[in-house]
Design a protein around this ligand. Structure first.
Ligand code: ADP
Ligand code: MG
Length: 494
C-alpha cells in the first residue's frame, strides 16, 4: 500500500423510498413489478398538460432520515428542475432539490471493521428527487428498451462531507446508513436491486497537506463489497498516476465487477450545465418547529442505540449484539424470550442466575436455531416456535432436564411443528434424568458386571471411567445426566 498519500472521500447515496405510490403521481411504486410499463400514468410519462403533486409520505420519510442523522431540518424547502436529456427521462428534466434541500448538515457515527474505532462522518445534505426509468439493452437485440415503472419513484439523495479516509470507512458508512434506512422503514436499501446506490468521490493528497486534490466519481457499485473494493482500487490507481508525475483527471468512472477495476465513463459535468431553476409546477413547502419535534419524537430505537443497549443490558459480546442489530426481528425475538425467562428467574428465588439463562438463550438462538433457519432457507419471521416455548426449552436445559444432544433434537422438532417442548419430550421419551437413586442402581449393576474395568480404574487407567460412563449411557439410552453419572461412578469406585 502507498503511504505517501491520504485518500479524501465523500459519498453520494441514492435510496428509493418505500412508499405506496410515486413521488408526484398516484402510479404504484412497486420495485418487484415484473412487467414493464405497467405502473405508469400521464404524469410520470410526462404527457403535456399534466401536473405533479407532492407525495407527503416521501417528504416525511426523508425528514425522518434527517432527524435520525441529526441533520438540521429545513423550515422552508422547495423543488427545482434539473435539466438534461436522456431517454430514461421523459420530461427532459428531473424534479430535484437544489439550494433548499429538506435536510441540512448532520452526522453519522461509524465503526470501521479494521480500526474498530468510532468516527463521525459529517453529512452535507439530504434532498428528495424522482428516479428515472430503466433502460434495457438485451445482449441479443439490436434495440434498447425503456421501462418507465421506475420513472418518478421517490428517490432520496444523501451527500456526505469529504470526511471518509479509507475503503473500510466508506463501507462502514454505507452499511450503517443502510441499516438506519431499514429501521426507519424508509427504504429496503437492497444494493443488488438498485434500491440503494452508492457513488464514491475520491481524491488523494500528500500526507500532511491540507488542500484537496482533483476528485474522481465512481458509479455502478452494486454491493457493499464493491464499494470497499472500488475505493481500494481507485486509491492505488490515482497514487500510481501521481507517482508517475501525472495528473488525475476529473471524471466519472464505472466499476467493473467482473474485472474488479474502475474505467473511465465520461468527463464530469458542472452544476450550471443543468440550468437548475425553481420548479414552477409545485408550491414551496413550509414546516413548523413543532412538526419537526414530532418527527424526532416518532423515531424508533436506532441501530447505534440498540447496539449499546443490548451490550449493556444483556452483557452480550459486540459480535453477538451485532447479529441482533442487523437482524432486528431476531433481536426482538431474543428480547421476548428473555422477558419470558425474566418472570421465571425473578420469581424463582434466584436459583437460576439471569446471566446463565441469557447465555444459553444467546447460544441456542445464534448457533442452533440460526443454523436450522439457514439450512431450511427460512427466516425468523416465519418461525413457528412461540417465544414462551423457546423460553421453556431454555429452562429445561438450565434445569438439566435435557441433555444438549436431546435439546438439539427437541429444537429441531419444535422448528418443524411449533410444538411445546414438554410434549415433545414426553412423546419421544428423551427427557434427561438426574435422579441419583435411579442412576445409582444402574451403576451398581454395571460395576458387578465389569470387575476388570473396576480394577483398571483403581490402578489409575485414565479411560476406564469413560468406558463405564458409556455403558451407563447405553443402558439409559442417553437419558442419564452425564455429570451425575461421573460423580456417582467416582464415588463408588474411589
Ligand atoms: P460536485 O459538484 O462535483 O457534485 P460536490 O461538491 O457536490 O461535487 O461534492 C460531491 C461529493 O464529493 C461530496 O460527497 C463531497 O464530500 C465530495 N468531494 C468534494 N470534493 C472532494 C474532493 N476533492 N475529494 C474527494 N471528495 C470530494
Ligand atoms: Mg454535487
Amino acid at each position: 500500500m502507498n503511504t505517501t498519500y491520504e485518500a479524501v472521500i465523500g459519498l453520494e447515496i441514492h435510496s428509493e423510498l418505500k412508499t405506496d405510490t410515486k413521488m408526484f403521481c398516484a402510479s404504484r411504486n412497486d420495485p418487484d413489478e415484473k412487467h414493464p410499463n405497467v405502473n405508469v400514468c400521464p404524469v410520470c410519462l410526462a404527457h403535456p398538460g399534466t401536473l405533479p403533486v407532492i407525495n407527503k409520505k416521501a417528504v416525511e420519510l426523508v425528514q425522518s432520515v434527517g432527524a435520525a442523522l441529526k441533520c438540521t431540518l429545513t423550515e422552508f424547502s422547495k423543488f427545482d428542475r434539473k435539466n438534461y436529456f436522456y431517454p430514461d427521462l421523459p420530461k427532459g428534466y428531473q424534479i430535484s432539490q437544489y439550494d433548499l434541500p429538506l435536510c441540512g448538515e448532520g452526522h453519522l457515527e461509524i465503526i470501521p471493521e479494521d480500526t474498530k474505532e468510532k468516527k463521525q462522518i459529517r453529512i452535507e445534505r439530504i434532498h428528495l428527487e424522482e428516479d428515472t426509468g430503466r433502460l434495457l439493452h438485451p445482449d441479443a437485440a439490436k434495440e434498447s428498451y425503456v421501462d418507465f415503472n421506475r420513472a418518478g419513484v421517490p428517490l432520496m439523495e444523501l451527500v456526505t462531507k469529504p470526511d471518509i479516509r479509507s475503503a473500510k470507512e466508506a463501507r462502514a458508512f454505507a452499511e450503517e446508513l443502510q441499516l438506519i434506512l431499514k429501521y426507519l422503514g424508509a427504504s429496503d436499501a437492497n444494493m443488488e436491486k438498485g434500491q440503494m446506490r452508492v457513488e464514491v468521490n475520491l481524491s488523494l493528497r500528500k500526507v500532511g497537506t491540507e488542500k484537496f486534490g482533483t476528485k474522481v466519481e465512481v458509479k455502478n457499485l452494486n454491493s457493499l463489497r464493491s464499494v470497499e473494493k472500488a475505493v481500494a482500487y481507485e486509491i492505488e490507481r490515482q497514487a500510481a498516476v501521481l507517482d508517475d508525475g501525472g495528473k488525475v483527471i476529473q471524471e466519472t468512472r464505472g466499476w467493473h465487477d467482473m474485472k474488479q477495476v474502475t474505467f473511465s465513463q465520461r468527463e464530469k459535468e458542472e452544476a450550471h450545465d443543468y440550468r437548475y431553476f425553481p420548479e414552477p409546477d409545485l408550491p414551496p413547502m413550509r414546516f413548523s418547529a413543532e412538526y419537526f419535534d414530532t418527527v424526532r419524537a416518532m423515531l424508533p430505537e436506532l441501530p447505534a442505540k440498540r447496539r449499546n443497549r443490548l451490550i449493556s443490558e444483556y452483557d452480550l459480546s459486540p459480535q453477538d449484539a451485532e447479529v441482533f442489530v442487523i437482524d432486528r426481528e431476531m433481536g426482538d425475538y431474543f428480547e421476548q424470550v428473555i422477558s419470558e425467562l425474566r418472570a421465571w428467574y425473578e420469581a424463582d428465588d434466584k436459583e437460576f442466575d439471569a446471566s446463565r439463562l441469557i447465555k444459553l438463550t444467546t447460544n441456542y438462538m445464534l448457533s442452533d436455531l440460526r443454523g436450522i433457519i439457514v439450512a431450511k432457507s427460512s427466516s425468523i419471521g416465519d418461525l413457528l416456535i412461540k417465544q414462551e416455548d423457546f423460553a421453556e426449552l431454555i429452562k429445561l436445559i438450565a434445569q438439566d432436564k435435557l441433555s444438549s444432544r436431546a435439546a438439539k433434537d427437541v429444537l429441531s422438532e419444535m422448528f418443524g411443528t411449533g410444538a411445546d417442548p414438554h410434549e415433545i419430550i414426553k412423546e419421544k421419551n428423551i427427557g434427561q434424568t438426574s435422579d441419583e437413586g435411579e442412576i445409582g442402581t444402574i451403576i451398581d449393576q454395571i460395576l458387578i458386571e465389569n470387575p476388570k474395568v473396576v480394577e483398571d480404574i483403581k490402578s489409575g487407567k485414565p479411560n476406564a471411567t469413560q468406558f463405564l460412563i458409556g455403558k451407563v449411557m447405553a443402558v439409559t439410552r442417553g437419558k442419564a445426566n452425564p455429570k451425575i453419572v461421573k460423580e456417582l461412578l467416582d464415588k463408588k469406585t474411589g
